[in-house]
Design a protein around this ligand. Structure first.
Ligand SMILES: C[S@@+](CC[C@H](N)C(=O)[O-])C[C@H]1O[C@@H](n2cnc3c(N)ncnc32)[C@H](O)[C@@H]1O
Length: 308
């Protein structure tokens, strides 16, 4: 029997939730139609979804007559396919085995991610593929793996900043002036200094000795909230990873924006206790900003702002 031709369901979008945050994703989306493990299908085009690690754009439901037929249908669309198997694992693996090998390498920061599109697919039924040739993340399933440095940085927080800057497609340049609030022990400050920027690192706790010896790092041991942004010479970047309630962070960044004290801000919104969707919306509604759960985030979101 010949398979019926592919049908485009342009009124549907797939959202792959960050691991452990399906409930948050479902809560922020409108018109959810189905949930397959971490893959949430919602009606209509792409919605803003901070808790989605990857978004499947205009996925197609493709009836298939056999394993070979499924592989053919995918190969006909493009080369790089990432399987997200929620059921029918064995059959999906057999289809995957007939696709060109796709093994993305960890990225060496600050190189940009490869630009070749990565499609995502799953089996909704033994004879129905769901496949999106285009997804929003340049990483397979949004998983941003890097060539790690296990020697120099004092902790693994540097990976979160590498991912944020990679997503932004921008990073501090040599001679840029940065401030890093909540800097200790110094993973983010290490990233910025290694990029050639000068960094004022601020924390109530001590900075790692190796990081504080860096010639481009000035450490100020004080509260981040005591700094008056109107009193400092305008900076290129403000970074903030302070452990504090989201409301307090929102007040802080609002003061920095109002004072025009930095051209760009990268800050971590940390949820203590339940996720606060209302404050999440307040961050998202600030013009010039994006809010995203990064692969290296925990129960937190990364908020990135550029002066519009
Ligand atoms: C998650 S850690 C930051 C990790 C850092 N980004 C790194 O890469 O190493 C949170 C930091 O916020 C700091 N912190 C908490 N309250 C603060 C305040 N009021 N002012 C400055 N730092 C604060 C803590 O001392 C802690 O070092």
């Amino acid at each position: 029997m010949l398979p019926t031709p592919p049908t485009t369901d342009s009124h549907e979008t797939g959202y792959l939730a960050a691991d452990g945050f399906v409930d948050e994703l479902v809560a922020e989306l409108n018109d959810v139609r189905a949930v397959h493990d971490r893959l949430v299908l919602a009606a209509g085009g792409v919605q803003t979804a901070a808790w989605a690690q990857n978004v499947w754009i205009a996925p197609q439901r493709i009836p298939i007559a056999s394993i070979a037929d499924g592989a053919r249908a995918l190969r006909a669309k493009q080369r790089n396919w990432a399987l997200y198997a929620t059921a029918f694992h064995r059959r999906a693996a057999l289809i995957e085995a007939k696709l060109p090998p796709f093994r993305p390498k960890p990225l060496a920061f600050p190189n940009p991610p490869p630009s070749a599109p990565i499609g995502s697919w799953t089996l909704l039924a033994p004879d129905v593929l769901l496949a999106a040739a285009h997804c929003t993340s340049p990483f397979r399933h949004g998983e941003a793996y890097f060539v790690e440095d296990r020697q120099a940085p004092p902790n693994r927080a540097y990976l979160k900043l590498w991912e944020a800057l990679t997503r932004l497609g921008l990073h501090p340049q040599p001679q840029d002036r940065c401030i890093d609030l909540g800097a200790s022990p110094g993973g983010w400050t290490w990233v910025l200094a290694e990029l050639g920027a000068s960094v004022i690192a601020v924390d109530k706790a001590p900075l790692d000795a190796g990081v504080s010896r860096h010639p481009r790092v000035e450490f100020r041991r004080q509260s981040a909230f005591a700094i008056d942004p109107r009193a400092i010479e305008p900076l290129d970047w403000m970074f903030c990873d302070v452990a504090c309630y989201p409301r307090r962070l929102l007040d802080l960044v609002s003061r920095w924006i109002a004072a025009k004290a930095a051209r760009r801000i990268v800050a971590t919104v940390k949820f203590q206790g339940p996720t606060d969707l209302a404050i999440q919306r307040e961050f998202s509604s600030i013009p010039g900003s994006t809010l995203q759960h990064l692969f290296h985030n925990k129960h937190e979101l990364t908020w990135m702002w550029m002066r519009p």
